[in-house]
Write a protein that binds this ligand. Structure first.
Ligand SMILES: Nc1nc2c(c(=O)[nH]1)N[C@H]1C(S)=C(S)[C@@H](COP(=O)(O)OP(=O)(O)OC[C@H]3O[C@@H](n4cnc5c(=O)[nH]c(N)nc54)[C@H](O)[C@@H]3O)O[C@H]1N2
Ligand SMILES: Nc1nc2c(c(=O)[nH]1)N[C@H]1C(S)=C(S)[C@@H](COP(=O)(O)OP(=O)(O)OC[C@H]3O[C@@H](n4cnc5c(=O)[nH]c(N)nc54)[C@H](O)[C@@H]3O)O[C@H]1N2
Ligand code: SF4
Ligand SMILES: [Mo]
Length: 886
């Protein structure tokens, strides 16, 4: 029997879907979409649907550790507080830093920010949101005076045109993608334009795809600004009454982007396609321009953001239903972090550190001994300051910078050098925890209580439904306890999360009087019970709008000094590092459908790990020919900052001159430390956001003499293979491996790789020295324990049917034979790699059914195999398979 369902919020992306969770007696967790949550109305994506597979105990950090030794909380907290105090007393408050995360809950974030800015007295607290949406923040602030996302998700349904700029919505905000798909079905007039150098699965809903040259968006939107004026779409009344600076912005746009042909050439698209987009935009009043990392992650990301906001200001398309510039935020609480002022250049409750009045007000509210007079170090600079010794103690919470910051070699070196590294995480082994002097176990999703804010300013509750594992504690508690031990007892005396919430809400309304956009003061008096049952609500939730607010700027009033929005003149900005003969290709990086960031959670799920099992580099077929790269072969990518070896995927969806590498893999899952080894540390001078989408690189084949794979019930240590990667399967782990030299004795090498030197196991072995083909299986009690397949090239047996043998009991003769022949026994099907992760449907099963049952639509596939009928995340891939079979 299941216990009652608990209502909570998905901990992954910024869509912020409501989920209903139930836990059975065996502690199995099942999850379904909350039909009443306004973000998703019952929908989930593949990641949300598989949440139950990610809450298990493996690799959980359970107890505090100091210098590698397990200890109790009292000692660990005293140690952290004592060391921070010592460093501050000796070297001043700016010698310490916090590096936090959009995956903290608002309550955690609030307390961390308060401790650093109000009590330690330094602004050296920055967050991984710096890597994520700081250009959106800076762009909004330049235009509106505040960091205000004006739109609601319902605007997607009310729009007539949706422009998806630098957003792979299908994979990164899948439930919003489903909403767009549904909106298109309900309203066939709705047009969708995708602006992305790659043809991503998002193009599945696109009426028009602009495969722009990387980095050319500002040019594109500057051209649009000119076109809008030329075609008479300028909203003179709005521009005159509600904005400043239109003339300067237009003049600046004209200087580089006044001619269609010039813009088309700069953007690498033909003039007709460009004109079609401009016409569509010009003639459609209700247009939402969605933007994400393809806009933000540039050294001129803020300029890109303002170039697109300018177009909405010129046409007055903001503050009304179905229109506006809409930043889709990445992390579940990227927005909450902005609200509490978690960035080094903010204060709290959308107040500014460089505003003396704000500083005085926040200090008075906090009754704090100190408040920094200027901004602290932004993420990239913070780690560089650790390298130079300026920062001597850092506390990292809920982020994995050794993987996710650019130029990770340097980041790792900086962590290695820093006197004191404290890491709060739910997971024990990550590339970052390796550098920790102190490890603090944080409660994980399902164990903790608090709130998050999604992309449409909607605050939702995360609620606990599992007992806490080990000695883990809420992040807000850990930080408060350190604060108390540093001598600030009363300021950090919070009995529960709701007490933090009330203070945060009260500060938002403190001396506000409508002057600041962020105001949730109506929620400052929530009782314990109100907080427990708080329904999702969009801020502001103020005296004037006690039920929350769907849209901002409806009255044409902005939060600048004179109440007018500002145009920002944009020139023709260029990436920090241009391609050259040495580094002729542009490296682009981002996400895949079923994985989340550095794999600490989705890497635990067999379903999610079966979609894409290895790190890869996507490149165009002509580039593959030019650089002698073989599809599925290994390639070495190198830049001025580092190198990695990954699998090549040759595909026409990539444009010439560009390479795409996903950001997820790291040393816990592969021989690749991170694609960020290659990425340039250049940042945007306004926002501090790194240029993750543009690093010049070179590519060449990586010569190996053998390829292979291993399937094993136990996790293995393969650190010595020239190339390896690992993915969780059902009841086993799957490894892809390759070597630069053949061993003299394969049998011995196999035993080393499989960590097996026992004598009581049964080995089946096959070796053909003429072609260097080796296969072995290790059986215990006649059950498959592990197997290894080695060959001279990439043509190896399918892993998918072999992995099914791990789900069987004792192997029969047919299974034993098929193990050595590398072919499924007669009658046994090989499903192939997973396409639909909800129902684990493989590619071979799909192709088979499409051919034999003459299936011609996604609906027919759904009826035959269920694939695509749950979350729908695989629908673009199903369509591509149907097209291939035509
Ligand atoms: N599955 C999954 N979903 C996620 C996450 C995850 O890890 N996995 N992470 C979440 C987080 S934190 C974030 S920030 C979001 C990110 O969500 P997105 O921003 O949608 O994801 P990315 O894959 O980083 O990049 C988006 C697209 O930008 C394109 N791009 C690159 N250069 C340019 C350019 O010059 N111009 C334009 N117009 N486009 C360009 C890339 O080709 C890519 O397709 O996803 C969130 N959702
Ligand atoms: N090349 C390249 N690099 C990128 C990007 C890119 O597009 N390309 N994108 C950037 C972006 S947008 C982002 S957001 C970052 C993401 O990068 P990271 O933030 O480094 O990635 P995560 O894997 O999400 O790390 C979160 C960590 O917090 C832990 N954790 C989870 N929940 C909690 C909790 O409640 N409390 C505590 N204390 N710990 C918790 C997890 O176990 C994990 O170790 O990567 C950035 N890096
Ligand atoms: S879209 Fe998927 S990952 Fe994002 S919040 Fe919803 S269920 Fe979670
Ligand atoms: Mo992000």
């Amino acid at each position: 029997m299941s216990n009652p369902e608990i209502r909570t919020t998905c901990p992954y992306c910024g869509v912020g879907c409501g989920v209903l969770v139930s836990v059975d007696e065996a502690m199995n967790v099942s999850v379904r979409g909350d039909p009443d949550h306004p973000a998703n109305f019952g929908r989930l994506c593949s990641k949300g649907a598989a949440l139950g597979e990610t809450v298990g105990p493996d690799n959980r950090l359970l107890y505090p550790k100091v210098d590698g030794e397990v200890t109790d909380w009292g000692r660990a907290l005293d140690h952290v507080a004592g060391e921070f105090k010592r460093v501050i007393e000796t070297h001043g408050p700016d010698a310490v830093a916090f590096y936090v995360s959009g995956q903290l809950l608002t309550e955690d974030y609030y307390v961390a920010n308060k401790l650093m800015k109000g009590f330690i007295g330094s602004a050296n607290i920055d967050t991984n949101s710096r890597l994520c949406m700081s250009s959106a923040v800076a762009g909004y602030k330049r235009a509106f005076g505040t960091d205000t996302v004006p739109c609601s998700y319902e605007d997607l349904e009310r729009a007539k045109l949706i422009v998806l700029a630098g957003s792979n919505t299908a994979w990164c905000h899948p439930v919003l993608f489903q909403r767009i798909r549904k909106a298109k079905k309900d309203n066939p007039d709705l047009m969708v334009v995708v602006i992305d150098p790659r043809a991503t699965p998002t193009c599945d809903v696109a009426d028009l795809h602009l495969a722009v040259r990387p980095g050319s968006d500002a040019m594109l939107f500057n051209g649009l600004l000119c076109y809008l004026q030329d075609s008479g779409e300028l909203n003179a009344l709005f521009v005159e009454r509600c904005t400043d600076g239109a003339d300067e912005a237009l003049a600046s746009a004209r200087a580089s982007a006044g001619e269609l042909d010039v813009v088309a050439t700069a953007c690498g698209i033909d003039t007709d396609t460009l004109r079609e987009f401009y016409r569509l935009f010009a003639r459609t009043e209700r247009v939402v321009t969605v933007f994400s990392q393809g806009i933000n992650q540039f050294s001129f990301g803020t300029d890109k953001v303002n170039s697109l906001i300018n177009c909405h200001l010129l046409t007055g398309r903001i503050g009304r239903p179905g229109m506006g510039p809409f930043s889709f935020t990445g992390q579940p609480n990227a927005m909450g972090g902005r609200e509490v002022g978690g960035l080094a250049n903010q204060l709290a409750a959308h107040m500014e550190i460089d505003n003396p009045q704000h500083r005085e007000r926040v200090q008075r509210f906090w009754q704090s001994p100190a408040i920094p007079g200027q901004a602290g170090l932004k993420a990239v600079d913070m780690f560089q300051a650790m390298e130079t010794g300026k920062i001597k103690a850092v506390w990292i919470m809920a982020t994995n910078p050794a993987v996710s910051l650019p130029d990770t070699q340097r980041v790792r070196a900086a962590l290695g050098q820093c006197e004191l590294v404290v890491v709060s995480d739910c997971v024990e082994h990550t590339d970052t925890t390796q550098y920790a002097d102190v490890l603090l176990p944080a409660q994980s999703w399902g164990e903790k209580e608090g709130t998050v804010t999604n992309s449409e300013r909607r605050i939702s509750r995360q609620r606990a439904f599992l007992p806490t594992q080990g000695d883990a504690r809420p992040d807000w508690w850990i930080v408060s306890e350190v604060g108390r031990r540093m001598g600030y007892e009363s300021a950090f005396d919070y009995p529960a999360a709701v007490d933090v919430w009330r203070e945060h809400a009260a500060l938002s309304g403190f001396e506000n009087d409508g002057e600041r956009d962020f105001d949730i003061s109506e929620l400052a008096g929530l009782s314990h019970e109100d907080y427990q049952y708080l329904p999702p609500v969009q801020w502001p939730v103020s005296h004037a709008a006690p039920q929350g607010s769907a849209r901002m700027f409806s009255d044409g009033h902005f939060f600048t000094r004179n109440g007018r929005a500002r145009f920002v003149p944009i020139n023709n900005p260029q990436p920090a590092h241009a391609i050259s003969d040495d580094y002729p290709l542009v490296l682009n990086s981002g996400r895949v459908r079923d994985h989340w960031h550095t794999l600490t959670r989705t890497g635990k799920s067999p379903r999610l790990s079966g979609h894409i099992v290895e790190p890869y580099a996507e490149l165009h077929p002509d580039d593959a020919t030019q650089y002698s790269v073989e599809d599925h072969g290994l390639v070495r990518l190198h830049s001025a900052w580092g190198e990695i070896v990954v699998r090549a995927q040759v595909t026409g969806t990539q444009q010439r001159g560009s390479v795409f590498v996903p950001m997820h893999w790291n040393l816990q899952f592969s021989s690749v430390p991170s694609v960020d080894c290659l990425v340039s540390p250049a940042t945007d001078p306004v926002s501090g956001q790194p240029e993750f989408k543009y690093t010049p690189v070179a590519i060449e084949p990586f010569p190996v003499v053998w390829h292979g794979f291993i399937l094993s019930r136990r996790r293995l240590e393969l650190k010595n293979a020239a190339y390896w990667s690992c993915a969780k399967g059902q009841g086993m782990w799957r490894y892809e491996i390759a070597g630069e030299q053949s061993p003299e004795d394969w049998a011995r090498c196999a035993r080393d790789l499989l960590c097996s030197h026992e004598t009581d196991v049964d080995w089946l072995e096959y070796f053909d020295p003429a072609v260097n083909r080796y296969r072995a299986a290790r059986l215990v009690d006649n059950q498959l324990e592990s197997c290894i397949f080695i060959g001279p090239d990439i043509h190896l047996p399918s892993r998918d049917w072999l992995s099914k043998l791990f789900e069987q009991g004792p192997l029969d003769d047919a299974a034993r034979t098929s193990l050595l022949t590398g072919k499924p026994a007669i009658g046994q099907k090989d499903a192939g790699p997973i396409v639909c992760s909800c129902f684990s449907v493989g590619i071979n099963t799909l192709v088979d059914a499409i051919q034999s049952q003459h299936l011609t639509s996604v609906e027919q596939i759904g009826e035959a195999l269920k694939a695509g009928t749950n979350c729908g995340s695989c629908v673009p891939e199903l369509k591509a398979l149907l097209a291939d079979q035509d």
